[in-house]
Design a binder for this molecule. Structure first.
Ligand code: BT5
Length: 329
């Protein structure tokens, strides 16, 4: 089905809420025959929409598919750019991989790649990101910021702030951020963010922000490898969360912080990030590829680099690491 026809139809059904929409009205709106209307309705059914048809009254939607497809994401979307173009797949290896290809092909800024399931979802340093079917948000957003490549890590922190705010708004939960890219609820990981870029030495072509959110898994759904460290929004709230609504809220939050960032720099985002950060002011261990550093997390720099002061008073600039809270005082 053509996407503009699908969109018009879904808008009609959404606007009429519980009421039936007559076949005649649909054929007038779409400018097509009643037989063509019937075919479009069948196409929607194939996409998982449950439509009730009543003689002399018309059609209405009684159930939508539990999907994060373009249809679900576009209806009611309030952004100007982010999420206005969606590349949706049922199963992919990794949404990052597709987003890299699309970015190279020159797609518009704000394009989002989303999948129901990833078979090779990945974290930093090629670690595995568990992405089972239909329960989470597995997506990559393509941005083209006009900032120097060394500032790209700021976008990870910007995204973390946006996701925290969106989770707060949609679920009422207040998550915390563990530098640089984990979002935790009650100490367990619910979200991971992976920022990658395509750039020359002095210019960013695109930044690809991968966001993985455990949404509707129950605690027993997590595999042994992560069951002690992971949680989901549903496990924490006891309620199933509408993934499309959550994604639309994230798009809106990212867009407004991104506009602020391009206009006024990182200042406000840094302040917001620090208010949500779990580890600042605490004693931590930072495990880097070159070894571990233990000390007090002092804050982050304007570039999003973590500052850790060790017991000799030496201040370390940590660009990349896994951190954990230290039990030593
Ligand atoms: C991250 O890496 O946390 C970044 C994850 C980014 C995933 C998104 S999903 C959409 C896009 N497409 C992709 O292929 N990736 C992005 P890191 O900080 O390296 O954390 C990885 C570690 O988190 C693993 O080694 C596990 O310990 C843990 N982990 C894996 N899957 C998890 C899950 N679903 N929930 C919680 N923890 C998980």
């Amino acid at each position: 089905m053509q996407s503009d026809i699908r969109r018009t139809l879904l808008e009609m059904f959404t606007n009429s809420k519980e009421e039936y929409v007559s076949g005649q009205k649909i054929s007038d709106m779409l400018g097509c025959s009643r037989t063509a209307v019937w075919k479009h309705i069948e196409d929607l059914r194939k996409e998982g929409y449950e439509l009730e048809a009543v003689r002399k009254k018309g059609y209405r939607i009684v159930n939508k598919p539990n999907k994060v497809s373009e249809n679900e994401l576009i209806l009611g979307l309030q952004t100007k750019k982010i999420g206005q173009h969606v590349h949706y797949e049922e199963v992919v290896e990794s949404t990052q991989k597709i987003a890299h290809r699309l970015a190279q092909e020159g797609v518009q800024e704000g394009t989002v790649v989303v999948a129901e399931e990833q078979t090779s979802g990945r974290g930093r340093l090629d670690r595995v990101w568990h992405s089972p079917k239909g329960t989470g948000v597995w997506m990559s957003i393509i941005l083209r910021p006009t900032v120097p490549p060394q500032n790209a890590p700021q976008l990870t922190l910007l995204t973390a702030v946006a996701v925290v705010q969106a989770i707060q708004e949609v679920t009422g939960i207040s998550p915390q951020i563990k530098w640089p890219n984990d979002i935790l609820i009650e100490g367990k990981k619910a979200v991971g963010i992976l920022t990658e870029m395509q750039a020359d030495a002095d210019r960013i072509h695109s930044v690809i922000i991968g966001i993985g959110i455990n949404v509707n898994q129950q605690q027993q759904d997590f595999s042994d490898a992560i069951k002690d460290i992971a949680t989901s929004l549903a496990a924490e709230t006891g309620e199933l969360i509408n993934r499309a609504t959550l994604m639309q809220t994230i798009f809106l939050k990212i867009e407004s912080l991104y506009e602020e960032y391009l206009k006024n720099g990182f200042g406000l985002i840094k302040v917001l990030w620090e208010t949500y950060a779990i580890s600042i002011g605490k004693r931590i261990i930072a495990r880097t590829l070159r070894g571990s550093i233990e000390g007090w997390a002092k804050g982050i720099t304007e570039d999003g680099v973590l500052l850790v002061e060790d017991d000799l008073g030496v201040l370390h600039h940590i660009h990349s690491a896994d951190i954990e809270l230290s039990t030593r005082k």
